[in-house]
Design a protein around this ligand. Structure first.
Ligand SMILES: [Mg+2]
Length: 201
């Protein structure tokens, strides 16, 4: 449906938050979102990566599940303050947040594609020319449902990783370099190999 007006639409890079832009807490081979402002730490190279993506012509939109708010474990104010700090350090264009727990989930909660689609409507994004970078299967599945190319950051979690991503990398820096190697955004929508097999680097 977006293809018809693709010339007027912009490509985006959607970024998951925890494990992509911010350092998650690791316990027992799993990762957890920070629950306090003290624990909220941004990867040192995140600002430069986002700057490079924007310079290449991408909108950069964070899409993050924060179910600890829906579960009453973390106050929404705390997450909102985290995002004030994130925006101050990293030049993202927008942040889409879903506070729902698994039980409360609508299509906005990843692996649903609702946050990506809402951002696409608001910003005029060509989802088919866009990328989603994440560290969980739910990020890769949300990308698939939205029609975006998925890049998986493998942080070595103990659960089985996703299989439908276009590339597997180990950091936002590698994800950024992989996306930028695909060419300028104007060329991306013409690339035939966007959903080709995993390019592990
Ligand atoms: Mg994550």
């Amino acid at each position: 449906m977006v293809k018809r007006n693709a010339g007027a639409l912009k490509p985006a890079v959607f970024l998951d938050r925890d494990g992509v832009l911010t350092i998650p807490e690791f316990r027992d081979g799993r990762s957890f979102a920070p629950r306090t402002l003290e624990a909220f730490q941004i990867y040192p190279d995140a600002p430069a990566c986002v700057r490079e993506l924007k310079q290449a012509g991408f909108l950069v939109v964070v899409v993050t599940n924060q179910p600890d708010v829906g579960a009453g474990i973390v106050a929404q104010d705390v997450v909102e303050e985290m995002h004030v700090r994130l925006r101050a350090d990293v030049p993202v264009d927008d942040i889409e947040v879903c506070y729902e727990t698994r039980e409360q989930a609508t299509d906005r909660r990843k692996p649903g594609a609702g946050m990506l689609k809402d951002a696409a409507r608001r910003w005029g994004i060509d989802l088919g020319a866009s990328f989603m970078v994440g560290d969980r299967d739910s990020d890769i599945e949300a990308a698939r449902r939205a029609g975006c190319t998925a890049v998986f950051i493998d942080l070595g979690y103990s659960d089985a990783g996703p299989t439908r991503q276009a590339a597997t990398v180990s950091s936002l820096r590698e994800a950024t370099d992989w996306i930028l190697r695909r060419g300028e955004p104007a060329c991306v929508s013409d690339a035939g190999g966007r959903h080709a097999n995993d390019h592990r680097i």
